[in-house]
Design a protein around this ligand. Structure first.
Ligand SMILES: *Cc1c(COP(=O)(O)O)cnc(C)c1O
Length: 369
């Protein structure tokens, strides 16, 4: 065992390296064209929790299967949360992440909502730094490539009673990813679901938990069968207000330069990309508001040309132009159906900061290696 010094003040992580390292040529092949979430690095970070001992056993160990008792609480009651962020390789070889403190804090809010133990920000950042330190060769350097980091926590107690688990496991796994859009940014077609919701008032929509995704899969599958790539959900209370996609927030751009994104309603996930884009657009002189976005108003704006662009955003795909918006009884092309100028500019400005090509004027980048 060796101990890896962490750049934060977090407690140290014990490191147990794999005894069967992946040969360089095999890793190079895996990094050449990684499909999202299919290839994983050789190690994972881990911290255990029990009500009796608190957080303990900070370690990096070889990546591998988890052995779970069939009565493990998460398998029955879905007490689970996760995060998603990326490590970027800069031209000088250094490795950075984007606003990881925001992910750490959101992970704490998600934990509270799911009655899981909160993990200190230093431990969240320390687990990421320790893993990327050991698996640094897995951070790709090609254009728009990155190492996707997936922290998650699950209820690990073997107990079928319905109450918060007295044991939990926190892990971070990492997956090299290529450009989300092979062959350039492509506008997507979105189905607005008026039948299903991903989250409701007082529910878990603002927490990043697997259960929200489970609720979005059937509508997603139905939309896909109709020829659409993603679903946009409406609020569950009135079925009239735009909320977000299954895993991305949405923005609406007006002809006069005003930009609106749905206000955080309690059932919308507060994206780090969303808040960064609000800042970038504000810096660029746009009037940006977080407000209710009634579907009827949006459809009227698309019909009369006062709405020129709609885009979705999130860590995985960064910024995705929406070229078509349809639902029961309507079908609109957004603008001319191609990626609009505001969408493409905000995408370029955000990725320029993330990849170290532009000044990090808000102190968003955090060096790992
Ligand atoms: C993760 C997620 C987002 C995007 O959040 P980012 O922090 O920008 O990656 C948006 N909506 C949902 C439901 C999510 O789970």
């Amino acid at each position: 065992m060796s101990t890896l010094a962490s750049p934060t003040s977090a407690p140290a992580f014990a490191v147990r390296r794999t005894t069967a390292p992946v040969p360089d040529a095999e890793r190079a092949a895996a990094l050449a064209a990684p499909r999202f979430g299919t290839v994983f690095t050789e190690h994972m970070s881990r911290i255990s929790w029990s009500q009796a001992d608190g957080w303990h056993g900070r370690r990096v160990e070889p990546y591998g299967p988890l052995q779970l008792d069939p009565a493990t609480a998460v398998l029955h009651y879905a007490q689970e949360i996760f995060e998603g962020l990326k490590a970027y390789r800069y031209p000088d070889g250094s490795v950075w992440t984007f606003r990881p403190q925001a992910n750490a804090e959101r992970f704490q809010r998600s934990a509270r909502r799911l009655a899981l133990p909160e993990l200190a920000t230093d431990d969240f950042l320390g687990a990421i730094a320790a893993l990327v330190g050991v698996d640094e060769p897995w951070v790709p350097s090609g254009e728009e490539t990155s190492l996707y980091l997936r922290p998650f926590m699950y209820a690990s107690e073997s107990f079928l009673g319905v109450r918060p688990s007295l044991e939990a496991e926190f892990l971070v796994i990492a997956s090299p990813v290529g450009p989300y859009f092979a062959g350039g940014v492509q506008p997507v077609a979105i189905w607005v679901s008026q039948e299903h919701h991903r989250a409701g008032a007082g529910g878990t929509g603002a927490a990043k938990c697997g259960g929200n995704y489970a609720a979005s899969l059937l509508p997603q599958q139905e939309a896909y069968a109709k020829g659409f790539e993603q679903v946009c959900f409406l609020d569950a209370s009135t079925n009239t207000l735009l909320e977000e996609l299954g895993g991305m927030n949405v923005f609406v751009v007006h002809a006069d330069g005003r930009v609106v994104t749905p206000a955080l309603s309690g059932s919308i996930l507060e994206g780090v990309t969303r808040s960064s884009i609000v800042q970038i657009l504000t810096d660029a002189g746009h009037e940006v508001s977080e407000a209710d976005v009634p579907l009827a108003t949006l459809l009227a704006g698309l019909a009369d040309g006062s709405v020129t662009e709609v885009f979705a955003c999130g860590t995985a795909a960064v910024v995705t132009p929406i070229g078509r918006l349809a639902g029961e009884g309507f079908d609109h092309t957004v603008g001319d159906g191609a990626a609009g100028p505001v969408t493409m500019r905000v995408r370029a400005e955000l990725t320029d900061i993330q990849y170290g090509r532009a000044t990090d004027r808000h102190g968003w980048m955090h060096r790992l290696v």
